[in-house]
Ligand binder design. Structure first.
Ligand SMILES: Cc1ncc(COP(=O)(O)O)c(C=O)c1O
Length: 370
C-alpha cells in the first residue's frame, strides 16, 4: 500500500488546524461525571422552534424522506420573498448561513483577492476566506464595534467583500441605519457588503436598520439571516441571503443545490415571522440579560453586553481553565481566546433558573481559583 499522499494538500491549507466541535453530551457527561449539561456555548434558543415549525417537522412522513427536497428551496424562497417584500429571485437559501458565507466567498474571490472584516467577530468569515486562499484583513474594533473608517482604510483594489455582523457576535454592538448607509455610500459599489443579521430578531431598538430595505439602492449589498437563532432550528441547518437579483445570480454560480433538507425547508416555512415566538424569546433573553449582567458585575467581573442572546464576561484567569472547571459543574461556555478575547467567556442567555445555576457555579470556580 502507498503511504497517504499528504503532499497533495496545499501548503497554505496544511497550516490550518481543523475546528474541533465539542463531543456529544452523553460523552461529556460521562467524562465529567455530571448528569445534566447546559450548553451555553452556541447561542441557541432554549425555547426551541415555534409550535408551527415543530408540527411541520413531526408531520413529515417517512416516505417523504426517499424523495429529494426542492433543490433551490423553491417554496421557502417564495415565502421569504413575501416576508421581506422582495422577489424570489433575490433569495438564496443554504445549509445554515455558514454555507452561504462559503457560496459568497467562492463567487466573488479568486487568488490574490481579499475580504475585510473586524478582528473580534464571527470567525467563519475569516476561516472560509483563509481556506479558500483569500486574504482576510481584520480591522481592530472600536468600542467593541465594527469601525467603518478602519474597514474603508483596509480596502484596496483586490477587496471583494466587506463583512459586517449586525449586531455583532460576540460583542452585541450594532451599526444604526445612518452608519450603515454612510458606509454603503463610502464603499460606492467597489466591493460587496455583507450585513450578517443572524441575531437581528433579538434587537428591539428603533435605530436598528433592516438592511433588506436598502437593497433597491445598493446592488452590492447582501443580507444574511438564519433560522438557527431566534427560530430555534439550529439542528436543521438553514439560513438565507437576500440581495440584488444580479448578485443572487452570481452567488448561485457557486451554490450547492439540494443542500437544504426537506425537514428544514418545511420547518423554516412554518417558523418565519412567528411574532409570538420572537416576543417570548426576547422576553426570556431580556430577563436573563438583566439578571446575568448584574450578577457578573456583582462578582467583580467586567461585562460586555449589547444586543443578541449572549453576554461576555471577563475573568481574572485563563478562559480554557474556566471552561474545564465550569463543565465539571454542568455548564459549557464559549471560550473567547479564539475570538481574540483572551480570558473572556461568552455565555448564551437562557431562562432564569439556568442562569442562576450558572452564576453559582462561576462563583464557586472563582472562589477556588482566586
Ligand atoms: C453572526 C453569525 N452568522 C452566522 C452564523 C451561522 O449560522 P448558521 O447556523 O445558520 O450556519 C452564526 C452562528 O453562530 C453567527 O453567530
Amino acid at each position: 500500500m502507498n503511504p497517504y499522499p499528504a503532499m497533495l494538500v496545499p501548503p497554505a491549507i496544511r497550516t490550518i488546524d481543523p475546528y474541533m466541535p465539542s463531543k456529544p453530551d452523553r460523552h461529556l457527561m460521562a467524562a465529567y461525571g455530571i448528569d445534566t449539561l447546559y450548553r451555553l456555548n452556541n447561542n441557541e434558543n432554549p425555547l426551541g422552534p415555534p409550535p408551527g415549525a415543530a408540527a411541520a417537522i413531526s408531520g413529515l412522513r417517512p416516505e417523504r424522506m426517499a424523495i429529494y427536497p426542492s433543490g433551490d428551496a423553491y417554496d421557502l424562497r417564495g415565502h421569504i420573498a413575501k416576508f421581506l417584500d422582495v422577489s424570489p429571485d433575490q433569495v438564496v437559501c443554504g445549509n445554515g448561513a455558514n454555507e452561504i458565507i462559503q457560496f459568497v466567498i467562492s463567487a466573488y474571490c479568486g487568488p490574490g483577492d481579499n475580504i475585510v472584516t473586524g478582528d473580534k467577530t464571527f470567525a467563519v468569515y475569516e476561516w472560509v476566506a483563509e481556506f479558500s486562499g483569500v486574504e482576510a484583513r481584520l480591522t481592530p474594533m472600536k468600542d467593541h464595534g465594527f469601525d467603518p473608517d478602519a474597514m474603508l482604510a483596509f480596502m484596496d483594489g483586490r477587496t471583494k467583500i466587506l463583512f459586517v455582523c449586525n449586531p455583532n457576535n460576540p460583542t452585541g454592538t450594532y451599526w444604526n441605519g445612518q452608519t450603515l448607509e454612510a458606509f454603503l455610500r463610502a464603499v460606492d459599489g467597489r466591493a460587496m457588503v455583507v450585513v450578517d443579521e443572524a441575531y437581528c430578531e433579538f434587537v428591539d431598538r428603533p435605530d436598528f436598520p433592516d438592511a433588506a430595505t436598502l437593497l433597491d439602492r445598493y446592488p452590492n449589498l447582501l443580507v444574511f439571516r438564519t433560522f438557527s437563532k431566534v427560530y430555534g432550528l439550529a439542528g436543521l441547518r438553514i439560513g438565507y441571503l437576500v440581495g440584488h437579483r444580479d448578485a443572487v445570480y452570481d452567488v448561485c454560480r457557486t451554490r450547492i443545490v439540494y443542500s437544504i433538507n426537506a425537514a428544514a425547508q418545511a420547518a423554516a416555512m412554518a417558523a418565519l415571522g412567528d411574532t409570538d415566538h420572537i416576543h417570548r424569546t426576547r422576553e426570556m433573553v431580556a430577563d436573563a440579560k438583566c439578571y446575568l449582567t448584574g450578577a457578573l458585575k456583582g462578582l467583580g467581573l467586567p461585562v460586555i453586553a449589547g444586543e443578541g442572546n449572549y453576554v461576555i464576561g471577563g475573568l481574572p484567569f485563563n478562559d480554557q481553565l474556566a471552561y474545564r472547571r465550569l463543565i465539571r459543574r454542568g455548564y459549557m461556555v464559549r471560550t473567547m481566546t479564539s475570538f481574540r478575547f483572551p480570558n473572556h467567556i461568552r455565555i448564551t442567555l437562557r431562562r432564569r433558573p439556568v442562569m442562576e445555576g450558572f452564576v453559582a457555579a462561576l462563583a464557586a470556580v472563582l472562589e477556588k481559583i482566586t
